[in-house]
Design a protein around this ligand. Structure first.
Ligand code: PLP
Length: 387
């Protein structure tokens, strides 16, 4: 099998699995207890907090462990709105993950939401942002990198504009973390979400960066864990895993990690563009994650391509993982102004540092042959593949 769907999730790194494994067996102490077994768990959580803080260049006490990226996003929005009840407006974008947009719409009644549009490249306008912020704006929440297209937003500039206007700034960095460097200390970010399973930790662990001094109200209320910022007995094994994955990601990024990813991504993209007529790249080629290629193939249903590629042992995505299973055109592609046809013919190819050059060459051959097959069958009339 060749796995090119690393924006959906990633394989757990062997060193991460090794680091967490004692906490799934002998080291089962509750970190809040006072005997040695519990103290060792407590220290493991503290060490992991240091590793995540180094990864984001924050202070350790600015890191709150959560159960996933969704919880981190929900918490940031809930916190900003609850800490400043007099402010009932938030600014976001038309391409956010549902963990941001659906939460804001469903759970916070009476909230006014302004969604910034994106251009054909998938990027917001800073002028639009300036115009959208009002005196009653509690929060601006803009994703760092889109999970589907990989397109990156001007987060430094957007966070600065927001800070100057007096609102709080959150970024969903779930799909950016581990692929590009993140340095919260050199930005005006108040809240930043990450999720371990996107960079070789297991599913079920995330973190929220909360800037020292930012107004904060917890979403989960109960015990005093996480310094009162997130109740619930710590998931020690998962937290240790997130720490180790953060350490490994820091090392990779310091060792030309971005260049290694873009080398693989570009080799694949170039091969497909050179060998398949009617291939279009979607979104900015300049401002995007180094691991992601989002392509449309004329006269190809991406759902069919997915099924045929799967039969040949290749995992790729059409739309984001959360919307796979429906044949609706991607709302991200629609927000970028693309037609239904182009959206329905688009695939996401996302590599990780675990992919090899050989896998990229094989993947390219598989996709080329699948596209040829779909097109040849299509020329004989409509064709529907079933999974
Ligand atoms: N935000 C983005 C950009 C994502 O890609 C995802 C997951 O696909 C999430 C949030 C949700 O993260 P999690 O799966 O950890 O809840």
């Amino acid at each position: 099998m060749i796995y090119l769907d690393n924006n959906a999730t990633t394989r757990v790194h062997s060193e991460v699995a090794k680091a967490m494994s004692p906490f799934l067996s002998d080291e089962y102490g509750n970190p809040s207890t006072g005997y040695d077994l519990g103290r060792r768990s407590n220290k493991a959580v503290a060490d992991a907090r240091n590793q995540v803080a180094e990864f984001l260049n924050s202070d350790p006490e600015e890191i709150v462990f959560t159960s996933c990226g969704t919880e981190s996003d929900n918490t940031a929005i809930f916190s900003a709105i609850t800490a400043m009840p007099e402010k009932r407006h938030i600014v976001t974008t038309s391409i956010e993950h549902s963990a941001v947009i659906a939460f804001a719409k469903a759970v916070l009644p009476g909230l006014e939401i302004t969604e910034l549009p994106v251009n054909e490249e998938g990027i917001i306008s800073l002028e639009d942002l300036k115009a959208a912020i009002r005196p009653d704006t509690a929060l601006v929440t803009i994703m760092w990198a889109n999970n589907e297209t990989g397109v990156c937003q001007p987060i430094q500039e957007a966070s600065l504009i927001t800070r100057e206007s007096g609102a709080l700034f959150h970024t969903d960095a779930v799909n950016a973390a581990g692929k590009i460097p993140i340095d919260v200390s050199s930005s005006s970010i108040d809240f930043l979400s990450i999720s371990g399973h996107k960079f070789h930790a297991p599913k079920g662990i995330g973190a929220l960066y909360v800037r020292n001094g930012a107004p904060y109200k917890p979403l989960l209320i109960g015990g005093n864990q996480e310094d009162g910022k997130r109740a619930g007995t710590e998931a020690v094994a998962q937290i240790v895993a997130l720490g180790k994955a953060s350490e490994l990601a820091t090392e990779r990024l310091n060792d030309q990690g971005q260049e290694k990813l873009s080398y693989l991504r570009d080799a694949l993209e170039q091969s497909l563009m050179n060998n398949i007529k009617g291939t279009h790249r979607n979104g900015s080629s300049r401002f995007r994650l180094p691991n992601t290629s989002h392509l449309s193939f004329d006269n190809v249903d991406a759902g069919d391509l997915l099924i045929l590629a799967n039969d040949k042992g290749l995992c790729i995505a059409s739309g984001s993982a959360c919307s796979t299973g429906t044949r609706d055109p991607s709302r991200i592609m629609k927000a970028m102004g693309h037609t239904d046809e182009r959206a329905l013919s688009s695939v996401r190819l996302s590599v990780s540092s675990m992919n090899t050059k050989q896998e990229i060459e094989e993947s390219s051959q598989i996709i080329i042959s699948c596209v040829e097959k779909i097109r040849s069958l299509r020329s004989d009339g409509p064709v529907i593949f079933s999974s």
